[in-house]
Ligand binder design. Sequence first.
Ligand SMILES: *Cc1c(COP(=O)(O)O)cnc(C)c1O
Length: 429
Amino acid sequence: MRTTRSEQLFEEAQKYIPGGVNSPVRAFKSVGGTPRFISKGIGSKMIDVDGNEYIDYIGSWGPHLFGHNPGFIIEALKTAIENGTSFGAPTEIEVKMAKLISELVPSIEIVRMVNSGTEATMSAIRAARGYTGKEKIIKFEGCYHGHGDFFLIKAGSGALTFGVPTSPGVTKGNAADTLVADFNDINSVKNLLHENKNQIAAIIIEPVVGNMGTVRATDSFIKELRALCSQEKIVLIFDEVMTGFRLAQGGAQEILGIKPDLSTFGKIIGGGLPVGAYGGKKEIMEIISPSGPVYQAGTLSGNPLAMNAGFAALTYIKNHPDVYIILEEKSAYLENGIRNNLKSVGKNYQLNRVGSMMTLFFTEEPVTDFNSAVKSNTKLFGKYFHGMLNRGVYLPPAQYEALFVSTAHTKEDLDKTINANLDALNSLK
Ligand SMILES: *Cc1c(COP(=O)(O)O)cnc(C)c1O
């Protein structure tokens, strides 16, 4: 595979951009090699600057539920762009968007649009603190909630991959207000609550984690967490930036059957443009300015291009509830193929899947939390990743990530992927 142009661009990029990229995991640091510079996306495929074609399972890290450039989003954008790119005044599409989100996700009564998932989670925590008058928060080891200071404590994803769970630049004060519990372990939460009686404003969680690889919260754990929060008057925040509109119309909270107090969204909600949102109970959300005293603002929030792209995506989801049946079928087909391959090479590597999110962990023990996830052999994953890339399959370039199946993946794509997987696994022997 020729990669000369990507190599040239990466060298130049490193002169002007930190590490040559605008978001760390793109740099291939944990798998080695040169990141591919992408010039075009079509449906399930990406084409790089050297003309190589890949079946794409990153989907821009989540947004592309329908693959690249679906016609209905492109059309919505074309219409929007002709009317103006930004006004800094309210628009009708913002009302339609908020109404549609609250229709699709029953726990959302009021919702505020922002520009990224990070902004959404930071703002949701501020709302919870303002509402409860308490300061500390609990998060779970391995869960990633964006790069806000008080989240970069034992965070997953890029932070996990790079081995800097607590980033320099985060103050001791910030770290002191963030308590860390173990995912799927209710006793670890109870202990923290006991030690910090009446001091916890919020508990934030990825109800289905993508950022330590795919790990689902158990039914009993999430049910007990909900009960504890109600009992202790703690705001329960589901970070659905990844899972929202991916796992179901109503996100992970729909499949788990649990209503959080607040939810955060991003990725799919922007239809491929930069968007985030946070919302939930009216009583809590009314604390936000200008209806309440908690300040949160954004020059480009509710941007017409982003709103129109996002509205087109969510409208499609609303009108085609079978999207999730299609995704489940495709993802189960891929899962089955990979399971058969694992059997035929005699390996019991753990394959976790929830809907169209999937991770092959290079460990033979079940992965249910952070500690079991980090037993994975990341060196082996790196080899596997390149084995797949060289066979034209673009996986997320780190072990602790979820791959995403889109409605654009064809049976041919999935069969090619399964074949590449068998060859790549065999070459690891
Ligand atoms: C991606 C992600 C974020 C951060 O969103 P950005 O748009 O990258 O700031 C937060 N939480 C979860 C669960 C995510 O997957």
